[in-house]
Design a protein around this ligand. Structure first.
Ligand SMILES: [Zn+2]
Length: 303
Protein backbone atom coordinates (compact mmCIF):
# COMPACT_ATOMS: atom_id res chain seq x y z
CA UNK A 1 0.00 0.00 0.00
CA UNK A 2 1.29 3.43 -0.76
CA UNK A 3 0.46 7.12 -0.59
CA UNK A 4 0.51 9.09 -3.87
CA UNK A 5 3.64 11.25 -3.99
CA UNK A 6 2.54 13.40 -6.96
CA UNK A 7 -0.29 15.98 -6.79
CA UNK A 8 -3.62 14.82 -8.22
CA UNK A 9 -6.77 16.32 -9.74
CA UNK A 10 -9.78 14.89 -11.59
CA UNK A 11 -9.68 13.97 -15.27
CA UNK A 12 -12.76 15.87 -16.37
CA UNK A 13 -15.61 18.03 -15.09
CA UNK A 14 -18.35 16.19 -13.20
CA UNK A 15 -21.26 17.16 -10.96
CA UNK A 16 -24.49 16.32 -9.19
CA UNK A 17 -27.63 17.88 -7.70
CA UNK A 18 -29.15 17.32 -4.30
CA UNK A 19 -30.63 19.10 -1.32
CA UNK A 20 -28.85 20.94 1.47
CA UNK A 21 -29.21 19.20 4.86
CA UNK A 22 -29.94 22.41 6.75
CA UNK A 23 -31.48 24.61 4.02
CA UNK A 24 -33.60 21.90 2.37
CA UNK A 25 -32.87 23.76 -0.91
CA UNK A 26 -31.83 22.07 -4.15
CA UNK A 27 -28.23 22.84 -5.02
CA UNK A 28 -26.07 21.93 -7.99
CA UNK A 29 -22.43 21.03 -7.44
CA UNK A 30 -19.82 20.99 -10.21
CA UNK A 31 -16.26 19.67 -9.76
CA UNK A 32 -13.59 20.88 -12.19
CA UNK A 33 -9.93 19.92 -12.62
CA UNK A 34 -7.47 22.49 -11.23
CA UNK A 35 -3.76 23.15 -11.87
CA UNK A 36 -0.90 22.16 -9.54
CA UNK A 37 -0.63 24.01 -6.20
CA UNK A 38 -4.21 25.33 -6.60
CA UNK A 39 -5.59 23.40 -3.63
CA UNK A 40 -9.30 22.91 -2.99
CA UNK A 41 -11.42 26.01 -3.53
CA UNK A 42 -15.17 26.56 -3.38
CA UNK A 43 -16.82 29.02 -5.79
CA UNK A 44 -20.30 30.52 -5.21
CA UNK A 45 -21.67 30.76 -8.77
CA UNK A 46 -24.98 32.20 -7.52
CA UNK A 47 -23.37 35.43 -6.27
CA UNK A 48 -21.98 38.43 -8.22
CA UNK A 49 -18.31 38.05 -9.22
CA UNK A 50 -18.27 34.32 -8.26
CA UNK A 51 -16.58 34.67 -4.84
CA UNK A 52 -13.94 32.03 -4.04
CA UNK A 53 -13.36 30.47 -0.60
CA UNK A 54 -10.27 28.26 -0.09
CA UNK A 55 -10.96 25.12 1.97
CA UNK A 56 -8.57 25.99 4.82
CA UNK A 57 -8.96 25.78 8.60
CA UNK A 58 -8.37 29.54 8.94
CA UNK A 59 -11.54 30.13 6.88
CA UNK A 60 -13.76 28.09 9.22
CA UNK A 61 -16.48 30.36 10.64
CA UNK A 62 -18.82 27.85 12.31
CA UNK A 63 -18.65 24.24 13.52
CA UNK A 64 -21.83 23.96 15.58
CA UNK A 65 -23.93 21.80 13.24
CA UNK A 66 -21.63 21.36 10.26
CA UNK A 67 -18.28 22.71 9.08
CA UNK A 68 -18.85 26.14 7.53
CA UNK A 69 -16.13 28.17 5.77
CA UNK A 70 -16.46 31.83 4.85
CA UNK A 71 -14.74 34.90 3.56
CA UNK A 72 -15.99 38.54 3.43
CA UNK A 73 -19.51 37.52 4.50
CA UNK A 74 -19.82 34.74 1.91
CA UNK A 75 -20.16 31.20 3.27
CA UNK A 76 -20.19 27.59 2.15
CA UNK A 77 -21.74 25.16 4.62
CA UNK A 78 -21.59 21.40 5.28
CA UNK A 79 -18.32 20.84 3.41
CA UNK A 80 -17.05 17.97 5.58
CA UNK A 81 -18.22 14.91 3.63
CA UNK A 82 -17.01 16.24 0.28
CA UNK A 83 -13.71 17.24 1.93
CA UNK A 84 -13.38 13.73 3.41
CA UNK A 85 -13.93 12.22 -0.04
CA UNK A 86 -11.27 14.46 -1.63
CA UNK A 87 -8.75 13.64 1.13
CA UNK A 88 -9.69 9.94 1.06
CA UNK A 89 -9.00 9.80 -2.69
CA UNK A 90 -5.83 11.94 -2.37
CA UNK A 91 -7.16 14.78 -4.59
CA UNK A 92 -5.04 17.91 -4.02
CA UNK A 93 -6.36 20.34 -6.63
CA UNK A 94 -10.01 20.90 -7.54
CA UNK A 95 -12.56 23.66 -8.13
CA UNK A 96 -15.91 23.10 -6.39
CA UNK A 97 -18.68 25.26 -7.86
CA UNK A 98 -22.04 25.63 -6.08
CA UNK A 99 -25.18 27.61 -6.90
CA UNK A 100 -26.18 27.92 -3.21
CA UNK A 101 -24.50 28.13 0.19
CA UNK A 102 -24.63 24.48 1.14
CA UNK A 103 -23.00 21.36 -0.31
CA UNK A 104 -25.73 18.81 -1.17
CA UNK A 105 -26.08 16.17 1.56
CA UNK A 106 -26.76 13.33 -0.94
CA UNK A 107 -27.28 10.15 1.14
CA UNK A 108 -25.53 11.53 4.25
CA UNK A 109 -22.22 9.84 3.40
CA UNK A 110 -19.31 10.51 1.02
CA UNK A 111 -20.27 7.53 -1.18
CA UNK A 112 -22.02 9.45 -4.02
CA UNK A 113 -19.13 11.98 -4.28
CA UNK A 114 -16.62 9.12 -4.28
CA UNK A 115 -18.41 7.24 -7.10
CA UNK A 116 -18.73 10.47 -9.10
CA UNK A 117 -14.99 11.24 -8.84
CA UNK A 118 -13.92 7.69 -9.60
CA UNK A 119 -16.18 7.75 -12.71
CA UNK A 120 -14.58 11.04 -13.85
CA UNK A 121 -11.12 9.58 -13.19
CA UNK A 122 -8.13 10.84 -11.20
CA UNK A 123 -5.11 12.35 -12.94
CA UNK A 124 -1.58 12.56 -11.56
CA UNK A 125 0.03 15.98 -12.07
CA UNK A 126 3.55 17.12 -12.75
CA UNK A 127 4.41 18.32 -9.23
CA UNK A 128 5.23 16.66 -5.90
CA UNK A 129 2.67 16.60 -3.09
CA UNK A 130 3.62 18.51 0.03
CA UNK A 131 2.98 16.73 3.35
CA UNK A 132 2.85 17.79 6.97
CA UNK A 133 5.27 15.31 8.54
CA UNK A 134 4.93 14.94 12.33
CA UNK A 135 8.23 15.13 14.20
CA UNK A 136 6.78 14.82 17.71
CA UNK A 137 3.32 14.27 19.23
CA UNK A 138 0.74 17.06 19.44
CA UNK A 139 -2.18 16.46 21.81
CA UNK A 140 -5.29 18.30 22.95
CA UNK A 141 -7.54 17.11 25.78
CA UNK A 142 -10.56 18.80 27.30
CA UNK A 143 -13.75 17.68 29.06
CA UNK A 144 -13.22 14.00 28.16
CA UNK A 145 -12.51 14.80 24.49
CA UNK A 146 -9.13 14.01 23.01
CA UNK A 147 -7.23 14.46 19.73
CA UNK A 148 -3.58 13.50 19.21
CA UNK A 149 -1.26 13.44 16.19
CA UNK A 150 1.81 11.19 16.24
CA UNK A 151 4.78 10.58 13.92
CA UNK A 152 4.19 7.78 11.41
CA UNK A 153 5.33 6.78 7.93
CA UNK A 154 1.81 6.87 6.49
CA UNK A 155 -1.57 8.58 7.12
CA UNK A 156 -3.45 6.64 9.79
CA UNK A 157 -6.54 7.64 11.70
CA UNK A 158 -8.13 6.02 14.74
CA UNK A 159 -11.43 7.12 16.31
CA UNK A 160 -13.30 6.17 19.47
CA UNK A 161 -16.86 7.17 20.23
CA UNK A 162 -19.03 6.60 23.28
CA UNK A 163 -22.76 7.25 23.52
CA UNK A 164 -25.16 6.33 26.30
CA UNK A 165 -27.33 4.44 23.83
CA UNK A 166 -27.82 0.65 23.65
CA UNK A 167 -27.26 0.60 19.86
CA UNK A 168 -23.97 2.52 19.97
CA UNK A 169 -22.15 2.39 23.36
CA UNK A 170 -18.36 2.29 22.74
CA UNK A 171 -17.09 1.85 19.19
CA UNK A 172 -13.61 2.23 17.75
CA UNK A 173 -12.18 2.11 14.24
CA UNK A 174 -8.66 2.51 12.85
CA UNK A 175 -7.58 2.71 9.20
CA UNK A 176 -4.66 3.62 7.03
CA UNK A 177 -5.98 6.12 4.46
CA UNK A 178 -4.30 4.67 1.36
CA UNK A 179 -5.35 3.14 -1.95
CA UNK A 180 -9.00 2.05 -2.00
CA UNK A 181 -9.38 1.73 1.81
CA UNK A 182 -11.40 4.98 2.12
CA UNK A 183 -13.71 4.03 -0.73
CA UNK A 184 -14.32 0.53 0.61
CA UNK A 185 -14.37 0.98 4.39
CA UNK A 186 -15.42 4.56 5.14
CA UNK A 187 -17.02 6.47 2.25
CA UNK A 188 -20.51 4.93 2.54
CA UNK A 189 -20.91 5.46 6.31
CA UNK A 190 -23.82 7.86 6.84
CA UNK A 191 -24.29 10.67 9.30
CA UNK A 192 -26.56 9.83 12.24
CA UNK A 193 -28.83 11.55 14.69
CA UNK A 194 -31.22 10.80 17.52
CA UNK A 195 -34.93 11.27 16.79
CA UNK A 196 -35.46 13.78 19.63
CA UNK A 197 -32.55 15.90 18.32
CA UNK A 198 -33.86 15.84 14.75
CA UNK A 199 -37.34 16.88 15.93
CA UNK A 200 -35.83 19.68 18.04
CA UNK A 201 -33.74 21.01 15.12
CA UNK A 202 -36.70 20.95 12.73
CA UNK A 203 -38.74 22.93 15.27
CA UNK A 204 -36.12 25.70 14.98
CA UNK A 205 -35.91 25.61 11.17
CA UNK A 206 -32.68 23.56 11.09
CA UNK A 207 -32.04 20.26 9.28
CA UNK A 208 -34.92 21.15 6.92
CA UNK A 209 -33.58 18.71 4.33
CA UNK A 210 -32.91 15.95 6.89
CA UNK A 211 -34.74 12.66 6.34
CA UNK A 212 -34.24 8.91 6.49
CA UNK A 213 -32.83 9.25 2.93
CA UNK A 214 -29.77 11.12 4.18
CA UNK A 215 -29.18 10.11 7.80
CA UNK A 216 -29.38 7.14 10.11
CA UNK A 217 -32.02 8.11 12.67
CA UNK A 218 -32.07 6.34 16.03
CA UNK A 219 -35.00 6.17 18.42
CA UNK A 220 -34.78 4.92 22.03
CA UNK A 221 -33.82 1.39 21.06
CA UNK A 222 -34.21 1.03 17.31
CA UNK A 223 -32.89 2.30 13.99
CA UNK A 224 -35.74 3.90 12.03
CA UNK A 225 -34.21 3.38 8.57
CA UNK A 226 -35.83 0.40 6.87
CA UNK A 227 -32.56 -1.02 5.52
CA UNK A 228 -30.78 -0.83 8.89
CA UNK A 229 -27.04 -0.11 8.95
CA UNK A 230 -24.52 -0.33 6.10
CA UNK A 231 -21.72 -1.43 8.42
CA UNK A 232 -22.12 -3.00 11.85
CA UNK A 233 -20.15 -0.05 13.29
CA UNK A 234 -21.40 2.60 10.82
CA UNK A 235 -21.52 5.27 13.58
CA UNK A 236 -17.79 5.28 14.35
CA UNK A 237 -16.94 4.91 10.66
CA UNK A 238 -18.90 8.10 9.98
CA UNK A 239 -17.04 9.89 12.80
CA UNK A 240 -13.80 8.77 11.17
CA UNK A 241 -15.08 10.12 7.82
CA UNK A 242 -15.85 13.49 9.49
CA UNK A 243 -12.35 13.56 11.01
CA UNK A 244 -10.69 12.93 7.63
CA UNK A 245 -12.70 15.87 6.24
CA UNK A 246 -11.86 18.14 9.18
CA UNK A 247 -8.11 17.36 9.11
CA UNK A 248 -7.96 17.95 5.35
CA UNK A 249 -8.59 21.64 6.15
CA UNK A 250 -4.89 21.89 7.05
CA UNK A 251 -4.52 22.29 3.28
CA UNK A 252 -1.96 19.51 2.81
CA UNK A 253 -2.02 15.78 3.60
CA UNK A 254 -0.57 14.60 6.90
CA UNK A 255 2.04 11.90 7.36
CA UNK A 256 1.21 10.78 10.85
CA UNK A 257 -1.28 8.95 13.03
CA UNK A 258 -4.33 10.93 14.16
CA UNK A 259 -6.12 9.54 17.23
CA UNK A 260 -9.46 10.98 18.38
CA UNK A 261 -11.77 10.14 21.23
CA UNK A 262 -15.31 11.59 21.63
CA UNK A 263 -14.33 14.46 19.34
CA UNK A 264 -16.52 16.43 16.92
CA UNK A 265 -16.13 19.21 14.34
CA UNK A 266 -15.60 21.97 16.93
CA UNK A 267 -12.95 20.08 18.93
CA UNK A 268 -11.20 18.87 15.74
CA UNK A 269 -11.04 22.49 14.64
CA UNK A 270 -9.56 23.59 18.01
CA UNK A 271 -6.91 20.90 17.49
CA UNK A 272 -6.10 22.18 13.97
CA UNK A 273 -5.38 25.62 15.42
CA UNK A 274 -3.03 24.09 18.01
CA UNK A 275 -1.40 21.93 15.32
CA UNK A 276 -0.65 24.94 13.17
CA UNK A 277 0.70 26.95 16.11
CA UNK A 278 3.13 24.15 17.08
CA UNK A 279 5.41 24.72 14.11
CA UNK A 280 8.35 22.97 15.79
CA UNK A 281 6.40 19.67 15.95
CA UNK A 282 6.17 19.14 12.17
CA UNK A 283 7.85 19.94 8.90
CA UNK A 284 6.51 20.22 5.38
CA UNK A 285 8.17 17.84 2.98
CA UNK A 286 7.78 16.08 -0.33
CA UNK A 287 8.22 12.32 -0.73
CA UNK A 288 10.06 11.09 -3.78
CA UNK A 289 9.00 7.50 -3.54
CA UNK A 290 6.59 6.37 -0.84
CA UNK A 291 7.85 2.78 -0.95
CA UNK A 292 11.28 3.87 0.28
CA UNK A 293 11.95 4.34 4.00
CA UNK A 294 10.71 7.78 4.98
CA UNK A 295 14.02 9.08 6.34
CA UNK A 296 15.75 8.53 3.00
CA UNK A 297 13.09 10.10 0.81
CA UNK A 298 11.98 13.31 2.46
CA UNK A 299 13.03 16.66 1.11
CA UNK A 300 12.42 19.72 3.26
CA UNK A 301 10.43 22.62 1.91
CA UNK A 302 10.40 26.20 3.02
CA UNK A 303 6.89 27.51 3.77
ZN1 LIG B 1 -20.68 13.92 9.05
Amino acid sequence: MSIPTQQRTINRETGCSGIGLHSGKTVHLTLKPAPVNHGIKFVRKDLPDDPVIPARFNRVVDTSLATVIGSDGVIVSTIEHLMACLAGLSIDNIIVELDSYEVPVMDGSAGPFTSMILAAGIREQDASRHFFVLEEPIELEQDGKFVGAYPDTTFKISCNIEFEHPLIRKQSCSIEVVDCIFEREISSARTFGFLHEVEYMKQYGLARGGSLDNAVVIDKNQILNKGGLRYRDEFVRHKLLDCIGDFSLLGMPILGHIVTSKSGHAFNHAFLEKFFRKKTSWQTKTLHNSSDPLHKTVKSLAI
